[in-house]
Design a protein around this ligand. Structure first.
Ligand SMILES: [Zn+2]
Length: 282
C-alpha cells in the first residue's frame, strides 16, 4: 500500500499559546508553523511541505487577511509558498532554494500549487510587519543552520520566532543547502551560531519559538548552545558518532556527520570539518 502523503506531511493540529498566537503543529507534533493575529491582519510563518491544503486550513483559523513569511527557505518551511500569491523571504533565499530539489526535499509536485510563480517580497533587518496593534520586527540572522534565516520578533508579546536556528532536539549545522556554490566555512558557522544566540539573549523574550521538537523552549538552551561552541574550541563538548535520529540517518550525508552535545544543547555537523577546529581556539 502506498503511504498517504497528506496524512504524513499535511495533517495539521492547531493550538493557541496566547490569545492571538497559534501553533500549527504537524509531522506528528515534531514540526510547527505559526499564525500571529493582529487587529487587522494575520501573519503565517512558514508554509510546510506543499501538500496543497494549508491555505484552506489557515483560513479556518482566522478571518483576517493573511500575510505569509518564511523563517528560511528549506523545503519543510517554504514548499507550500505556491498556495499564496506573495511570500516574504530573506534576500538569501536563492542560496537555499536547491534544498527543495534534494531527495529529502518535498514528496509533492509543488509546480501544481495554485501560484507556482508567487511573488517573493524580500525583507530584512529592521523591517516591520504591522498586523494592527501588533508589530513584528524582522531581524537578520548570521548564516548558521542555513543561509536564508530570519528571526521574527514581537517585542510587545516578548516572542521571538527562530526557525531552525535553535531547538531542543538538535540543530543541523552541516551544509544542507544542496547548493555547491553556497559558502560554508565551519568556524564561521559556529561563530555565527554563537552570535545569534547572544543576539536573542540581548532581547527581552518570554517565548523562544523554534519550528521543531518542542515549542517554546527555555532560554537556558541558548546558554548551552553558547557553551557548546566554546566547548568545541576548548575540546570540552562531547562528540558522538551515533546520531540517534531516524530521519537524518536516512540522509546520504549521515555517515559524514556526528552529534555534538553540551548540557541540553546538541547539533549535527560534518565530523571531519568539526575536527579541523575542535580543541583549537583559532
Ligand atoms: Zn531548516
Amino acid at each position: 500500500m502506498e503511504p498517504d502523503l497528506i496524512e504524513i506531511f499535511g495533517s495539521y493540529m492547531p493550538y493557541k499559546i496566547t490569545d492571538d498566537t497559534w501553533v500549527i503543529s504537524f509531522m506528528n507534533g515534531s514540526e510547527y508553523m505559526y499564525l500571529l493575529e493582529g487587529n487587522e491582519k494575520a501573519l503565517l510563518l512558514d508554509t510546510g511541505y506543499g501538500a496543497g491544503n494549508l491555505r484552506a486550513f489557515v483560513e479556518r483559523l482566522t478571518d483576517k487577511p493573511i500575510l505569509v513569511a518564511n523563517t528560511h527557505y528549506h523545503p519543510d518551511h517554504s514548499a507550500g509558498n505556491g498556495e499564496f500569491e506573495e511570500v516574504m523571504v530573506s534576500e538569501n533565499w536563492e542560496m537555499d532554494a536547491p534544498s527543495l530539489e534534494s531527495p529529502q526535499g518535498t514528496p509533492f509536485d509543488i509546480s501544481r500549487l495554485p501560484n507556482p510563480d508567487y511573488k517573493k517580497a524580500v525583507i530584512g533587518d529592521g523591517d516591520l510587519i504591522d498586523l494592527g496593534n501588533r508589530v513584528i520586527k524582522v531581524l537578520d540572522v548570521a548564516p548558521a543552520h542555513c543561509n536564508s534565516s530570519l528571526f521574527f520578533y514581537d517585542e510587545k508579546s516578548e516572542m521571538i520566532f527562530v526557525g531552525d536556528e535553535f531547538e531542543a532536539g538538535q540543530v543541523n549545522l552541516f551544509d544542507n543547502s544542496n547548493n555547491p556554490d553556497a559558502p560554508y566555512d565551519v568556524r564561521q558557522r559556529l561563530d555565527n551560531f554563537k552570535e545569534n544566540a547572544l543576539k536573542i539573549k540581548s532581547l527581552r523574550t518570554r517565548y523562544i519559538l523554534p519550528n521543531h521538537n518542542g515549542t517554546p523552549i527555555a532560554e537556558c538552551y541558548l546558554d548551552d548552545f553558547i557553551g557548546l561552541v566554546d566547548g568545541i574550541y576548548s575540546g570540552e563538548s562531547k562528540i558522538e558518532d551515533k546520531l540517534n535520529h531516524k530521519y537524518i540517518e536516512m540522509d546520504p550525508k549521515a555517515p559524514t556527520l556526528c552529534r555534538v552535545r553540551y548540557g541540553n544543547a546538541s547539533i549535527f555537523i560534518n565530523k571531519e570539518l568539526l575536527m579541523s577546529v575542535y580543541g583549537k581556539r583559532d
